[in-house]
Design a protein around this ligand. Structure first.
Ligand code: FAE
Length: 518
């Protein structure tokens, strides 16, 4: 089952050009979305002999722009950066108290900053989903925390079989400890470690899907820079083993998987002759609908991500397309407790002008304080004397998606004040470090005199929770042949970065579905 993949530009080209789906088509298995859940489903179904069509609202990301690169850098975002926006919406949106967002052309860019009333949810858009934009941090939760992550799932099976399978399939690796100690590119992380340890917190190395050997070559000047050139949030041109280079490359290599990028599923309903009727809008790079297609599928896998799947299911239940979905649909949504902050270091404690974009370590205070803090980079090319952190916290608040008939949209009832428990938990780490070091919080990174970025998440989870909205393997209640297989199955928190758990759960569920339902 192991998939490997060295991250080279040539491999990205291994993903074949997608043939767009035609109206009237009939497909045995239709997968909505090409992130972690969708890619696992497509590969394993194809290996079992099933023809699969994947529908993806974002672009293929296989063609260079006028600068010769597929993706733009965080230092110079252009139209490729954001999904249908005319101004960037950078997570770190101020510097020295000044706003740093800029105008861009409206385009089907790679990162969606989707705004709900109390929170902005960042998501990847394109073939590969979140794997295109994320930091690649590939963390398996500690086993003692698993019963709260997925209470209805057998931990032995996950830790013996599905987590190892997911880690192999994703190509997870760890930084060479000797190189970490010596390279200028991780000075910021060594400073983060020093400050953590001086306050008595364990610093743990975090595995990643970035090709660490490639990064060494970047540092040596023998390979084109990516992680060492500010690339991350809007895609990595080299080095990162996104799903395009692992699961999706393997899936398309079977010859049984076709992908339609710039196609968005808007409806799924039972078809008269069995199976399901799926309505799909083809869009152009302005986001305008250029064609509406109707196809049928024997089986449909919802893998549009926590937000995408939840929005679809809530709408389809409320508008009568799938009225028998149960009352759990839309519930149990959490933000994985994400909260960001920065600390101001002393002038004798610089974090370095050179910073690799790929985080490689974190501060673990989960058991005592409910927080796990990634030591994150500020790769802006000059010394900032700042340490920057994205904390994952044990925030208990959960929100619900609901259909708003007046606007014809799905709302999420998260409130910004619900981040307060996350701030309290993150402070168990950073108040102590500030006291030990005699330092203070940065107040200039997220607004004017604003310490915490409490208005976003990178880690949406839940909305179609396993064993509640679905059975214990993701089968949607009331509709044989409809499945959920993405982050919406996970009830709001994974205690660490989520994609390894999403992948492992998808591996577990698709194995059962292939064995019993096909
Ligand atoms: P996801 O990867 O979001 O894929 C869903 C796909 O469905 C997307 O490609 C959508 O465009 C597509 N889609 C949505 N609606 C439709 C529709 N109606 N029709 C057709 N297509 C549709 O879902 N996690 C980690 O574990 N480690 C990290 O270091 C990390 N860093 C992150 C950094 C950033 C900036 C962001 C945004 C996320 C990060 N994450 C990280 C989270 C991780 O990427 C996320 O949990 C997974 O991508 C979710 O996987 P899913 O399969 O649920």
């Amino acid at each position: 089952m192991a998939l490997t993949g060295r991250a080279t530009a040539a491999q990205a080209a291994a993903v074949p050009a997608a043939g767009p789906i035609a109206t009237g088509a009939h497909v045995p298995a239709l997968v909505i979305g090409t992130g972690y859940g969708g890619s696992v489903a497509a590969l394993r179904l194809a290996q079992a002999g099933v023809d699969v069509h994947m529908i993806e609202m974002g672009m293929a990301w296989d063609t260079p722009g006028s600068d010769g690169k597929i993706f733009c850098s965080t230092l110079n975002p252009d139209q490729r950066s954001y999904w249908l926006r005319t101004t960037t919406k950078q997570p770190l949106n101020y510097f020295l108290g000044f706003p740093i967002d800029k105008s861009i052309s409206r385009y089907t860019g790679i990162l969606d900053a989707e705004e709900f009333s109390g929170i902005t949810v960042y998501q990847g858009r394109g073939v590969g989903g979140g794997s295109l934009v994320n930091g690649g941090m590939a963390v398996t939760p500690k086993r003692e925390n698993f019963s709260t992550v997925l209470p209805s799932v057998n931990a032995d099976e996950m830790y013996n079989t599905y987590y190892p399978r997911a880690n192999a399939g994703l190509g997870v690796g760890t930084i060479d400890p000797a190189w970490f100690e010596s390279t200028a590119w991780y000075q910021y992380a060594r400073v983060g470690r020093k400050h953590a340890q001086r306050s008595g917190f364990p610093f743990v190395f975090v595995p990643d899907v970035y090709d660490w050997d490639y990064m060494k070559q970047e540092a040596a000047g023998t390979a084109t820079k990516s992680a060492l050139a500010g690339e991350i949030l809007y895609g990595n041109n080299y080095g990162k083993k996104s799903l395009q280079k692992t699961y999706i490359a393997q899936a398309t290599a079977t010859g049984k998987v076709t992908i339609s990028p710039l196609h968005k599923v808007t409806s799924v309903a039972p078809a008269a002759g069995g199976g399901y009727t799926v309505v799909i809008e083809q869009i152009n790079t302005n986001g305008d609908t250029t064609a509406t297609k109707t196809v049928t599928a024997d089986k449909v896998f919802f893998a549009a991500g926590s937000v995408g799947t939840s929005k679809l299911l809530v709408k389809l239940k409320a508008t009568g397309a799938l009225p028998n979905l149960n009352g759990e649909v839309g519930k149990g949504w959490g933000d994985n407790g994400n909260v960001m902050c920065g600390r101001a270091n002393h002038l004798w404690d610089p974090t370095g002008a050179q910073q690799a974009t790929i985080p490689c370590g974190g501060i673990d205070n989960w058991t005592a304080g409910g927080a796990f803090a990634e030591v994150a980079p500020l790769p802006i090319g000059f010394e900032t004397f700042a340490s920057f952190y994205l904390s994952i916290t044990n925030n208990p608040n959960r929100a619900q998606f609901s259909w708003n008939a007046a606007t014809g949209k799905v709302d999420l009832n998260w409130q910004t004040v619900w981040k307060q428990p996350s701030i309290t938990m993150a402070k168990t780490i950073f108040d102590k470090i500030n006291t030990t070091e005699g330092t203070i919080y940065r107040t200039d990174l997220f607004g004017v005199y604003k310490i915490w970025n409490d208005q976003l998440t990178y880690h949406p989870l839940g909305g179609a929770v396993l064993n509640k909205a679905t059975d214990n393997y993701g089968r949607l209640t009331g509709y044989p042949g409809l499945y959920v297989i993405d982050g919406s199955l996970i009830p709001g928190n994974t205690s660490v970065n989520p994609f390894v758990t999403i992948t492992a759960l998808a591996e577990r569920n698709i194995e059962k579905i292939i064995a019993t339902d096909l």
